[in-house]
Ligand binder design. Structure first.
Ligand code: ZN
Ligand code: ZN
Length: 264
């Protein structure tokens, strides 16, 4: 992909139930959204993505589930990075020993600044203590991130509109989930209003929020057991075709590998 002058870069370092992390960077600074891989693996993936770790200024946490915070404590300490979360998530992180020192608190629903980034955390329906999605702005560019949500609320749609780039969950195929060997209770949890978005629900979200200014769509948190990357891609391609958005090529984030950076 061609890198424009003064770009804002977004790299999904990996996504799925075994680990999630995203880097958002500008020429002078970078922030991590979640640290769901071990510190060593995070470092390896950052290196592979060509991210200069010295540019990192913060780690933002969406929620306390281990696939989002596995490497948080060790990596934050190693790089001496401040951790940002809302109050309840911070308590959850402390209770589970995912952080050592102080957490910088933000209030869900109130925008705040980290360097040149403006961050807007918003509530998402998911079975964690107080989970959030983020809209991150830098200059005139705006990206929206919402993974781990059980249904598409008005609030989520409201925040994800008018983004240049969207990262949204496309977790499972309903039939594959229903036919899987997973215990009934787990299936109920995943399908519930505070679980994860199916491919169909994800496309519903895309239909509701895709804006004329949206140039990039990344589907994330795909289940390895109850979904397949090709299937997610096919769903997204069909949806974009129906919306006459031939200008957007959907990308599907992977668990095992780093997605090439998207430059805005
Ligand atoms: Zn979660
Ligand atoms: Zn997750």
């Amino acid at each position: 992909m061609i890198k424009p002058a003064n770009p804002m870069g977004v790299t999904v370092l990996g996504s799925g139930s075994d680990g999630n992390a995203i880097v958002v960077q500008t020429p002078s600074e970078a922030i991590l959204i979640d640290a769901g891989f071990s510190a060593r693996e995070l470092q390896r993936r950052l290196d592979e993505a060509g991210v200069d770790e010295s540019l990192l200024t913060a780690i933002l946490v969406t929620h306390e589930h281990v696939d989002h915070v596995r490497g948080l404590r060790v990596y934050a300490k190693r790089r001496n990075l401040p951790v940002y979360s809302n109050h309840l998530t911070a308590e959850g992180l402390r209770d589970r020993a995912h952080v050592n020192g102080a957490v910088r608190l933000f209030t869900t629903g109130s925008a705040f600044e980290i360097g040149e980034f403006r961050v807007d955390p918003f509530s998402i329906p998911h079975d964690a203590i107080d989970p959030v999605g983020f809209v991150i702005r830098w200059r005139d560019r705006r990206i929206g991130i919402a993974t781990d949500l059980g249904h598409v609320s008005h609030l989520v749609c409201h925040h994800l509109r008018e983004c240049d780039l969207l990262i949204v969950e496309s977790n499972h195929d309903l039939t594959l989930l229903q036919n899987s060997s997973r215990p009934w209770a787990l299936k109920q949890r995943i399908m519930g209003r505070h679980g994860h978005l199916s491919n169909d629900a994800s496309m519903d979200l895309v239909r509701r929020v895709l804006h004329a200014r949206t140039q990039h769509l990344i589907l994330a948190h795909a289940s390895q057991e109850c979904n397949c990357y090709d299937l997610v891609h096919r769903h997204a391609t069909k949806c974009l075709k129906e919306l006459h958005r031939h200008d957007i090529t959907p990308l599907v984030a992977r668990q095992e590998s780093v997605l090439p950076p998207v430059w805005l």
